[in-house]
Design a protein. Structure first.
Length: 425
């Protein structure tokens, strides 16, 4: 019987003392600051704006002296200096892949993937050597699925690179290939469970799943309990962004998300950028150690807090508490970030639209998006316009939305462009 609740992907790193971890991260930080300053125009510019050099950042606390980089900064920089905005430290000729995430944001992919953070997360959730893993994250353009694929290969798990969609095929794969581990969003796993029940399958007899790693969506405890009871599996979540990689992962104890050693996570005041005390709520800001696309103090837009109490699993890292919300109107839908300016760009293609509001709700653990539109004047072919808008939204925002026309004045004055009405536990 495989022990899925104990052990470490890298025991030495994951059980470091606080003093050893701080020393390790100071060394890694010094290295990446010097590397970025020498090779990245954007990083050097950031230092020059505040009158600093890399050697003046001696302690982790000194990171406060550097400016925070927001997603919008990255998008604007890439428009001015294509394709990577000057943040990259290698030429395009030295890249294995170029990823594209909504924005669009172009991200270089290293030739040799040696980042173990997602591997640590997958191992902590119970995936082991020899497991057959159904990876349902999207392999198209965005990097997460490929990062997880590479990470599973680090400890010899077998991957089925299926991506999302086509639930009937996915259920056949689960059965015929005797899949033991699932990787994907929690809502898609729940959708497969419901579809399998609709086919009158006995989930615990006909399926062979033993563990599941989920992410990219909010994960309410009620949904975890529902999935675990129906499948008799352990379900744990990871947290990160495509820009900075894995920032936290649950262990079997599920008491917060362990922060990997190869990243620095700060919780900062959203107004000042100053680091908050342990336990205080603020924005998650991360600094990675990538020698291809280093991100210094990248603002995720997510709100959380730090926990430092010992964990029974034996990992000694600081942990992130649950994600409490967002700092702005940016919303994650179906695992994809949607920014108000992205919706603005879509609507700008339709001059007959005078106002809009995107409403995000949740039904049966699935996100639902409705976009209410006010038109400048009545038009005869509303059905045609509706189809065109929904197609444009799907192609540009990568989310499915229903367009609903409303009367003039139907959208309140000063209403949020994106109104997230989901209620989380």
């Amino acid at each position: 019987m495989i022990d899925r609740r104990h052990g470490f992907f890298n025991e030495k790193k994951e059980t470091l003392s606080k003093e050893a971890r701080d020393a390790y991260q100071r060394s890694k930080l010094s290295d990446i600051l010097s590397h970025g300053y020498l090779h990245s125009k954007a990083i050097r510019s950031g230092f020059e704006k505040v009158g600093l050099r890399p050697e003046q950042i001696q302690e982790l606390r000194d990171l406060e002296k550097l400016p925070i980089t927001k997603k919008a900064d990255l998008v604007n920089a890439q428009k001015e200096v294509p394709p990577f905005g000057g943040f990259e430290v290698v030429s395009e000729a030295g890249l294995r892949r170029i990823y594209v995430s909504p924005g669009p944001v172009y991200e270089p992919g290293e030739w040799d993937y040696d980042d173990i953070r997602w591997a640590q997360a997958l191992y902590a959730c119970g995936i082991r050597k020899g497991d057959i893993v159904l990876n349902t994250f999207n392999y198209h353009l965005t990097p997460l699925a490929l990062m997880l694929d590479e990470s599973l290969g680090l400890f010899k798990a077998t991957v089925i690179p299926v991506g999302p969609g086509n639930i009937s095929m996915q259920i056949n794969l689960l059965r015929q290939l005797r899949v033991t581990a699932y990787v994907g969003t929690p809502s898609f796993l729940m959708a497969m469970i419901e579809a399998a029940e609709g086919l009158r399958l006995d989930l615990k007899r006909d399926l062979f799943l033993q563990t599941a790693f989920v992410g990219a969506e909010m994960f309410p405890e009620s949904l975890r309990q529902k999935i675990e009871s129906k499948l008799d599996v352990m379900v744990r979540q990871g947290y990160g962004t495509v820009d900075v990689g894995c920032l936290g992962y649950e262990c079997p104890e599920k008491k917060g998300m362990h922060i990997p050693e190869d990243v620095i996570v700060e919780i900062v005041d959203t107004e000042t950028g100053k680091q908050m005390e342990i336990g205080a709520t603020g924005e998650i800001v991360a600094t990675n150690f990538s020698k291809v696309f280093p991100m210094l103090r990248f603002a995720t837009g997510d709100l959380s807090y730090l926990m430092e109490e010992p964990c029974a699993c034996g990992r000694t890292s600081m942990r992130l508490g649950r994600i409490l919300g967002r700092t702005d109107q940016v919303t994650k839908v179906f695992g994809i970030f949607v920014h108000p300016w992205q919706v603005d760009e879509v609507m700008a293609k339709f001059p007959m639209v005078s106002n809009y509001q995107m409403i995000v709700t949740r039904k049966d653990y699935r996100d639902e998006v409705t976009i209410y539109l006010e038109l400048k004047e009545e038009i005869a072919e509303q059905t045609v316009l509706k189809r065109k808008l929904e197609k444009e939204i799907k192609e540009n925002l990568k989310v499915t939305a229903e367009v609903v026309f409303t009367v003039k004045g139907g959208i309140p004055d000063r209403a949020k462009k994106i109104d997230d009405r989901r209620i989380w536990e």
